[in-house]
Design a protein around this ligand. Structure first.
Ligand code: DGT
Ligand code: CA
Ligand code: CA
Ligand code: ZN
Length: 575
């Protein structure tokens, strides 16, 4: 069993215990252990199997939890989980994913109506029955119906980061098959879409039946959905992510890459264009309609070239004007990961991060960065032990001191300062003035009306010390929608003041959406890309942020942390 699976059983049980309004301490200890186990570099299975070791070495895992982990390893569940599942069906867990519905309300709904599925919940809201319960009304019913709709849209989709991890592992496995020359990702993973429906892998060379026969026996495969001459579809792990694998000869590999990378709308546009030239395009190649002669197929480049187009980077293949730009030879020269010189959003033990400034700096240095900004939380986030004015000032002083030493990487003193409900900064301006980089972020009151949120953000960027708007729409992929506000108006104001939009590279956020990136760029805004790391390993998430930037057509010049340190720090508004 993988660590994520242990973590999931614990977190799930904590959720059910919350519905049962059990002791908060127990719930927290399960949640903390789940987080620690998920991020632990060694496999719980291996530790449990080793008589020389004890799982209590994992932070947050005490004796009680060690016992639970052993039980999970032995029989795939544990006593408390069984108790909870006897009381509530697993479908109750799904109800927790509906925004606007907390565990207390769910308990009430289950008790009162004996309803514990999303379908049942939807019916109750439609029939206006939820309002019979205390503290529930028409507004909440509407909200629940909206949340159910958005939940259904995201159901069956997975985070890009998870899909990439699975794809990389299977790619390496497939590449070891005899005769295989090349294995590539296609589909939405190659396009860098923030959530994906399934993983598409294309294998070049090798005997299809041999390659696929070996593939379906991979230890992470839990179910074989389909198996054809040159194609197999399987499900992976408990999560049930689908993976499609196709094995192709060299002569049509480029055509298959083009076709299966998509997007569907991009392909339709391309095929229409081919037809106008008397050509037909499919997954086997580009052919003359008359005579069926193959004119291209081995590489994507030749297909685009014969169609009179520059090769279009996969992230742009969404039929958003890229074909017209490729025709005019005006595709942007997209930013790449190697252009990034520093990471600008991260947390340390001072607040809710897991490592020290020095540990974060060492990993950032190993990644080849010239600089980082340490941006812990401000005091409004009391749960995270956010910094008050005194700690802000002391921190800025400490960073000046550190930079006099020889850390080998430049540190900027920063802060992720909460934007209060009224748009004021959570920290007094004269304290903020000591810092190199203030990121302003919303972490509370996310359900304001659009007009009020717009005013709030406009007020926030009035503060002359703010340089970046952090995770600008607050979305949590598959969980929480972006909060609504007049984005264009805020982007216009931000551009005027020299405030950058952050592209948050944390895989659960990937906040900003590509359409908003393009909209902000059109208004003259600049951007930063940053990981929002709470652990040194999160610093490795930068490629996801770069992918989002590429989906938003950004070039090196649009992104401030491509600049050398001295120019970077002067690139924002003047104080
Ligand atoms: P996903 O998996 O929902 O995140 O999105 P994709 O884009 O990976 O979609 P998927 O896996 O269904 O198919 C992979 C690509 O194959 C898709 O982007 C375009 C191509 N494709 C699939 N079905 C069709 C089709 O009916 N027509 C055309 N033109 N292309 C298709
Ligand atoms: Ca796909
Ligand atoms: Ca697919
Ligand atoms: Zn934040």
């Amino acid at each position: 069993m993988e660590n994520v699976e242990y973590a999931r059983l614990l977190a799930e049980t904590a959720d059910l215990m919350e519905i049962a309004s059990e002791d908060g301490f127990r719930i927290r200890s399960y949640r903390n252990a789940a987080t620690a186990i998920e991020g632990y570099p060694q496999r719980v299975d291996d530790i449990l199997a080793d008589p020389e070791r004890n799982v209590t070495e994992i932070p947050g895992v005490g004796k009680g939890l060690a016992f639970v982990l052993h039980e999970i390893k032995d029989r795939g569940s544990f006593e408390r989980r069984d108790e909870m599942l006897a009381r509530y069906p697993p479908t109750a867990l799904e109800m927790l994913k509906i925004q606007g519905l907390g565990p207390k309300s769910i308990a009430l709904i289950i008790e009162h109506f004996r309803v514990s599925t999303i379908d049942g919940l939807e019916k109750l809201a439609r029939e206006q029955k939820l309002r019979e319960l205390p503290r529930m009304g028409a507004k909440l019913e509407e909200k629940i119906l909206r949340s159910i709709a958005s939940y259904r849209q995201s159901a069956g989709r997975f985070l890009l980061s998870f899909a990439v991890e699975v794809a990389e592992e299977l790619k390496a496995f497939l590449a070891e098959s005899p005769g295989v020359e090349e294995v590539q990702q296609a589909g939405s993973v190659r396009r860098g879409k923030e959530t994906v429906g399934d993983v598409d892998l294309l294998v070049c060379g090798g005997d299809p039946s041999e390659v696929l026969g070996r593939f379906v026996k991979h230890p992470r495969v839990t179910e074989v959905l389909a198996r054809g001459g040159n194609k197999a579809s399987v499900k992976i792990g408990l999560e049930g992510l689908q993976v499609d694998v196709r094995v192709l000869p060299r002569e049509s590999y480029g055509a298959a890459m083009q076709y299966f990378t998509g997007s569907k709308v991009h392909n339709v546009a391309l095929r229409t264009r081919a037809i106008k030239q008397g050509l037909t395009l499919n997954e086997y190649g580009l052919f003359k309609i008359e005579g069926e002669e193959r004119v291209a197929g081995e590489t994507e480049e030749e297909i685009y070239r014969i169609l009179g187009l520059d090769w279009v980077p996969p992230e742009m293949r969404e039929s958003q004007g890229e074909i017209e730009a490729a025709e005019r030879h005006e595709l942007p020269h997209l930013l790449s990961l190697a252009d990034i010189r520093g990471d600008l959003h991260m947390h340390t033990r001072e607040t809710d991060g897991r490592a020290t400034l020095e540990e974060m700096a060492a990993v950032a240095k190993a990644l080849g960065y010239d600089y980082i900004a340490i941006t812990d939380h401000s005091k409004a986030l009391a749960m995270a032990n956010g910094l008050d004015e005194d700690r802000v000032i002391a921190f800025a002083e400490k960073v000046r001191e550190i930079n006099r030493g020889d850390l080998g990487i430049r540190i900027f003193s920063g802060l992720e300062c909460d934007i209060l409900r009224d748009g004021k900064m959570d920290i007094a301006w004269d304290a903020l003035a000591n810092l190199d980089l203030v990121i302003a972020s919303v972490h509370s009151h996310m359900n304001l009306e659009s007009a009020e949120m717009t005013e709030r953000l406009l007020a926030a960027i009035e503060c002359p010390h703010v340089k970046v708007l952090g995770h600008p729409t607050g979305r949590i992929l598959l969980h929480r929608e972006a909060y609504p506000y007049d984005f264009e108006k805020v982007a216009m104001a931000a551009a005027g003041k020299g405030i950058a939009f952050e592209i948050n590279a944390s895989p659960e956020r990937l906040d900003l959406h590509s359409a908003l990136i393009r909209s902000a760029k059109a208004k003259g805004c600049k951007f930063t890309i940053a990981t929002d790391a709470h652990h040194p390993k999160h610093l490795a998430n930068m490629p996801f942020g770069v992918m989002m930037a590429r989906r938003g057509w950004l070039e090196k010049g649009d992104v401030l942390n491509t600049l050398p340190a001295e120019r970077f720090i002067k690139a924002f508004r003047p104080h």
